[in-house]
Design a protein around this ligand. Structure first.
Ligand code: NOJ
Length: 546
């Protein structure tokens, strides 16, 4: 295997499959492996390099599968290990790599280990796999400290001991059904190395690591100052007791040895909401993880200054550790970009789509999302596309309250709707049961008009978002990937313009008036029509041969 093919991930476009909402093969209203296998040709034809599949493990789905009950199996609603193996083989046959999602910070409360911990009682080795503490106050009725769950409410839950008395408390950064493991315990560390090998042996090409900055904690840390700015807006203090602690890097050095013991070596992508970029770069040192989502870019406002700053920052900081930048606009935790860019405030909050944020102009958002797609795909490094982004799906903002499933809804006391609006099952056809998602309805209601955004409706329409993504992904292959980005300075301040090598340029107009294009030989691709004088209208991007 050549170095170039070992380094496939450095400029890969990775397509995120939220399996429960992708395609339903068995007609039970939820997506599954069978549905994904049927649709693999669609994914291949998009022109992406790899899939990342959100958790498919056995789970009560209290947090969409990020509450794992068994890390070495598949939930029956999604399929089984035999089907998983077939999926891997078929994807590989089509030239696609497959990444899974690993959730090392916590398990489900349905995990065998947690049940054993509850049954075994205080001081037992079973309890030592999780973070149990005695409460404060004379009878231990007060939580060990004031730390809060990022989904709202306390990060501590009191248990009833096997003898029926009120007992210890366990720690959970997320939902009460997601107890945190104690990563000081060597048994936990060994278990995860074994889980990695289990899936790598099956043929999985890598992992996206959930809450990659969360496993190591300072449980003796002080109470934290909280404000009410938002559930996922954690206190930004130095030396945070449970995020981005230096000790986490030891874990990844061990994980990297496992990945490198395979041929070809396996890949890790960090989900780490860590700032500034220098802190993120620490995860991507030579002997740690390969790549990380660029949430700084995802959160940037749709302004030339913010985007330029974020691009410069990401590229230069990650280059300091030899890692490529990545570009992300959407995932299953944040508001869809068509909606976000259609608002007055285009910067994203810290990672989730909960709050009422004012009116949305979907047409404006769509125009900007088209330009943003060309910008993202022209940048050096890797990129992520979340299922439905290529169709231009908006956030579904009016899901009936009774259908909401994100734990954020309950834990916020019904003040934040959570992330279901970006997880609505995909429309594959213009009409029919659940717009072609499956024969048995859809687990979240799809809005009226969803069919107009379906694959069937957009396929072959040169003006559709789908065609733009397909063209962009195809033409991106001719951008010389080794060429760094150099800014074109002669354009106006509110235009983002850069070259990749001497032959290719990308120009995006974020200003209020049309802008004159730099000298070029040909327009290769445009997110919208140029004006009659060949100028670039507002919120439009072009790729140029220069
Ligand atoms: C990040 C995941 O992307 C999100 O969906 C999940 O709720 C939390 N981690 C907890 O696992």
């Amino acid at each position: 295997m050549t170095q170039a093919s070992r380094d496939w991930w450095r400029d890969a476009v990775i397509y995120q499959v939220y399996i429960r909402s992708f395609a339903d093969g068995n007609g039970d209203g939820e997506g599954d492996i069978a549905g994904l296998r049927e649709r693999l040709p669609y994914v291949r034809d998009l022109g992406i390099d790899a899939l990342w599949i959100n958790p498919w493990y056995p789970s009560p789905l209290n947090d969409g599968g990020y509450d794992v009950a068994d890390f070495r199996d598949i939930d029956p609603r999604f399929g089984d290990l035999v089907q998983a193996k077939s999926l891997l083989d078929e994807a590989h046959g089509l030239g696609l790599k497959v990444l899974l999602d690993i959730v090392p910070n916590h398990s489900s409360w349905d995990h065998r280990w947690f049940r054993e911990a509850l049954a075994a009682g205080p001081g037992s080795p079973e309890r030592a796999r999780y973070i149990f503490r005695d409460g404060r106050g004379p009878d231990g009725a007060l939580p060990p400290n004031n730390w809060r769950s990022v989904f709202g409410g306390l990060a501590w839950e009191r248990v009833t001991e096997p003898d029926g008395t009120p007992g210890q408390w366990y720690f959970h950064i997320f939902d009460v059904s997601q107890p945190d493991f104690d990563w000081e315990n060597p048994e936990v560390r060994a278990e995860f190395l074994d889980i990695l090998r289990f899936w790598f042996d099956l043929g999985v090409d890598g992992f996206r690591i959930d809450v990659a900055h969360g496993m190591v904690k300072n449980m003796a840390g002080p109470d934290l100052p909280y404000d009410e700015s938002g559930l996922l807006d954690r206190p930004s203090i130095a030396d945070h007791p449970f995020f981005d602690r230096d000790g986490v890097h030891d874990i990844y050095r061990g994980w990297r040895e496992v990945a490198d013991s395979y041929d070809p070596p396996r890949l890790y992508v960090a989900e780490a909401w860590v700032e500034p970029a220098e802190r993120l770069a620490r995860y991507l040192r030579d002997d740690e993880l390969h790549s990380a989502f660029n949430f700084g870019y995802l959160k940037s406002a749709w302004t030339a200054a913010d985007l330029r700053r974020s691009i410069d920052d990401s590229v230069s900081t990650l280059a300091s550790v030899g890692a490529p930048a990545t570009w992300v606009l959407e995932n299953h935790d944040v508001e869809r970009v068509v909606t976000r860019y259609g608002r007055d405030v285009t910067a994203a909050g810290t990672g989730h789509a909960g709050k009422a944020k004012g009116p949305v102009d979907v047409e404006l958002g769509t125009r900007r999302a088209r330009a943003a797609a060309l910008l993202m795909l022209a940048l050096p490094g890797g990129a992520y596309v979340y299922q439905g982004q290529e169709l231009g799906l908006p956030e579904v903002l009016d899901l009936p309250e009774g259908s909401l499933q994100d734990p954020v809804w309950e834990r916020s006391g019904h003040t934040e709707r959570g992330r279901d609006g970006c997880r609505v099952p995909l429309p594959w056809s213009v009409s029919g049961s659940s717009y072609g998602f499956g024969s048995g309805g859809a687990w979240l209601p799809q809005p009226a008009g969803w069919g107009e955004l379906s694959v069937e409706a957009e396929d072959g329409d040169p003006a559709s978002m789908l065609s733009l993504y397909r063209d962009g992904l195809r033409l991106r292959r001719s951008i010389p990937s080794v060429e760094p980005l150099t800014w074109i300075d002669e354009t106006a301040d509110d235009v983002v313009a850069f070259q990749r090598g001497r032959g290719f340029a990308c120009v995006v107009n974020l200003g209020a008036t049309p802008s004159t294009l730099p000298a070029h030989r040909e327009v290769i691709l445009a997110s919208g029509p140029l004006d009659a004088d060949g100028r670039l209208p507002t919120d439009t991007a072009v790729w140029l041969a220069v």
